[in-house]
Structures are given as C-alpha cells and as structure tokens.
Design a protein around this ligand. Structure first.
Ligand SMILES: NC(=O)C1=CN([C@@H]2O[C@H](COP(=O)(O)OP(=O)(O)OC[C@H]3O[C@@H](n4cnc5c(N)ncnc54)[C@H](OP(=O)(O)O)[C@@H]3O)[C@@H](O)[C@H]2O)C=CC1
Ligand SMILES: CC(C)CCC[C@@H](C)[C@H]1CC=C2C3=C(CC[C@@]21C)[C@@]1(C)CC[C@H](O)C[C@@H]1CC3
Length: 335
C-alpha cells in the first residue's frame, strides 16, 4: 500500500501497489487459456467492435461518475471540473478521486485495463501473424518487446503515478476514462496492427540500430524519472545527494543538475525517443505507424505547458530561476 499526496482536507488516500502482479496474473491466465485452445489470434478480428464497446463503457462509466459527483462534498471536487457547465464538467471530470469503498476508479483505470489491454492486443497480433505467415516477423517481435518493456516498467513503478497531475489535479471524466479504456489499448497498438497487414522485412543491422534507439530512450526516460522520484522521497539518498538544487518558498527543492539540469522535462525526451523506436520497425512508406509519435509529441508539448503553469503557481520566483538556469523544455538547444 502507498499513500497519495495530501488532499484539500489534509487527508491522504491509500492505494494498493500491485499493478505488476496484475500483469503477471493476466499473463498466466492468458497462457493457461492458450494452452487450453483459446484462439488468441481471433482477437485481432474483433478490434473495431471491442473499441466501440470500450468507448461506450467509458461513456456510461463517466456519466455515472458525473451523477455520483453531484452528491460529493466541495472538498472532493477537482479544481478544473467544477465550472458549473455540465458538458464541460462531464468531459473533464467533476470529482478528483471517485471511489466505491476503497476501490479508486481513476487510479485503477489509469494503468491497468488500458496498459495490460494494449500488450494483450499486441500479443494477439503476434500470434495471428505467426498463424498467417509461419512465424512472427522481426519487426513484430521488436514492437511487442519494446512496448512490453514500457508497460512492465509503468506497472513496476506504479507508485510514481500517484504524483502525476492526472491523479493529483485532474478529475475523472469522459476524457480520461476514454483515454484509459479505449484510446490507449486500441491506438497505442497501431504499429503492431499495421505490421499484421503490411509485413516489413528487417535486416539484423537495422534491427540492432532500432534496439539501440529504444535503449537510449529508455535509459533517459527511466534515469530521469527515477532520479526525480528518489529525490522527492529522500533528498539525502546518496544517489541524488550530490546534485545541485534550488530552494523554493514551499520548503521543497528543485534539481538543477543531473537529468533535470539538461532540460526541464528529460523524461518526455526519453519517452519521445522510444516512441520513434516503436515506429521505425514499420518502415517509412506509411504515415499510420507514426501516428503515435505525432499525437504523443502534441500531448507532451501541451502537458509540459500545463505542468509549467502549475509549477509557476507552486514555486513562483524559484521556478523563474530554474527556467533561467535550464532554458530548454524537452529537446536540448531546440525546444
Ligand atoms: N505514454 C503516454 O501516453 C504518456 C506518458 N507519460 C509519461 O509519464 C511520466 C510522468 O509524466 P508527468 O506526469 O507528465 O510529469 P513528470 O513526471 O514530468 O512530473 C512533473 C513534476 O515534477 C516535478 N519537477 C519538475 N521539475 C523538477 C525539478 N527540476 N526537480 C524536482 N522536481 C521537479 C514537479 O512536481 P513537484 O515539484 O510537485 O514534485 C512537476 O510538477 C513521464 O515519463 C511521461 O513521459 C505522460 C503522459 C502520457
Ligand atoms: C483521449 C485523449 C486524446 C488523451 C488521453 C490521455 C491519456 C491517454 C494519457 C494521460 C496520461 C497518461 C499516462 C500514461 C498513459 C496515457 C495516459 C493515461 C502512463 C500510464 C503511460 C506509462 C508511463 O510510465 C506513465 C504514464 C502516466 C500518464
């Protein structure tokens, strides 16, 4: 169990940290099913109807959550989803942490169904390719491997999601419910879907270069996220104690050396490099496999701007000083 950030009423919610176990249990159940004759590859023929059902589920779920939020106390509402405009509030989410007993709807949806569903769809596409062509292609192995690493990493470090703005600031409305339940599994698996219908020959040297790109992206992404998480948990931890910091009026400090001294969002940079590595196995003849990279760039640029606003509010002058010391946002010398 882990404790979340402090809420408006000074209380803290508790969250179970067992996302990685959920992934392992799902893998075991799917393995059992497949060995008992479950035709996993058939899933690939049901993607469109399943995407519709997921969207409808997200719609009904967020409608119920909106109705539930009408009875919630003011202290339980999200800062942005309480405008009084029902459509806007339904879309962004009125309540910050809707719960049924100890079951936290937003926390559950943020990582588990979407991320585990995504790698399950990828696996089904790999199995289907093996059935169609005798064995999965190198490109399909790479896409499956890279994205499984990403999902496994997110679930392994599940506790880190408790400090993201989705959990601490945003309500749970249609946008996030749709994003978590429908958008992630069905659009994040587009590269593997593309490969099933457009096989790409991949020579060993090209595959090795693509693996290197993914490794570099992962190294930056994990290094930056772990450095910040370690520092926030215990600034005197020997792994971060030697880093240069700026003090803020809130008593918290900001890192100005290490990964966070290179750009203001080194974790986004690593994430984008990995996104490129996931598209490259699909070749360069079609734009579709690059959809994730384009959408993700737009999402992270927007997210970075929102985070800047929140940090400026929290840290004021100290944030200005940080921006002066670390002038680039995501890509050194470019942006
Ligand atoms: N694949 C996907 O679809 C998505 C992936 N992601 C990934 O999720 C991860 C989490 O991203 P996200 O939630 O956006 O935010 P971040 O992990 O980047 O966290 C931002 C927060 O970090 C703290 N911070 C910022 N600068 C510093 C500094 N110099 N020193 C110490 N603390 C600092 C601030 O919070 P405070 O000071 O309060 O601690 C700030 O609000 C990222 O790796 C991102 O790439 C995100 C969105 C979508
Ligand atoms: C429907 C819209 C276009 C936007 C929906 C946004 C959501 C898909 C994303 C908002 C924040 C997310 C995070 C992740 C997945 C995507 C969503 C839900 C991660 C869980 C991905 C893995 C990382 O390690 C952590 C991320 C936290 C934020």
């Amino acid at each position: 169990m882990a404790e979340g950030q402090e809420l408006k009423d000074k209380s803290r919610l508790r969250y179970p940290i067992n996302g990685f176990q959920a992934l392992v249990v799902t893998a075991l159940l799917v393995g059992l099913g497949v060995s008992a004759g479950l035709p996993l590859g058939m899933l690939t023929e049901m993607l469109l109807p399943l995407a519709w059902v997921a969207t409808l589920t997200a719609f009904i779920f967020s409608l119920l959550l909106y109705l539930k939020a009408l009875m919630a106390p003011a202290s339980a509402l999200a800062p942005g989803g309480n405008s009084g405009n029902p459509l806007y509030d339904f879309f962004l989410g009125r309540e910050l942490n809707p719960r049924f007993g100890s079951f936290d709807c937003k926390y559950f949806c943020e990582l588990r169904p979407g991320l585990i569903g995504w790698v399950l769809i990828n696996l089904a596409l790999l199995v289907q390719e093996a059935e169609l062509r005798g064995s999965p292609s190198v490109a399909m192995w790479l896409v499956n491997g890279f994205q499984l690493l990403y999902v496994g990493d997110a679930l392994w470090h599940e506790e880190a999601v408790l400090t993201t703005m989705d959990i601490t600031h945003d309500g749970f409305g249609f946008m996030l419910a749709f994003g978590d339940l429908a958008w992630v599994p069905f659009t994040y698996s587009l590269q593997a879907q593309f490969l099933l219908h457009h096989p790409q020959p991949l020579e060993l040297p090209t595959a090795s270069v693509i693996c290197l790109v993914n490794a570099v992206g992962y190294y930056i992404f994990r290094g930056a996220n772990s450095q910040k998480n370690t520092f926030r948990k215990n600034p005197s931890d020997p792994r971060v104690a030697g880093l240069e910091t700026i003090s803020t009026a809130t008593g918290r400090q900001l890192l100005v050396s290490g990964w966070w001294g290179m750009v203001r969002h080194p974790n986004y940079l690593g994430d984008l490099i990995m996104a490129l590595a996931w598209s490259l196995p699909c070749g360069v003849s079609h734009l579709l496999p690059y959809f994730y990279l384009l959408y993700f760039t737009a999402l992270l640029v927007h997210r970075e701007a929102r985070d800047e606003q929140q940090c400026l509010q929290k840290y004021g002058l100290a944030w200005h000083e940080y921006c002066r010391r670390v002038p680039y946002r995501i890509v050194p010398y470019i942006y």
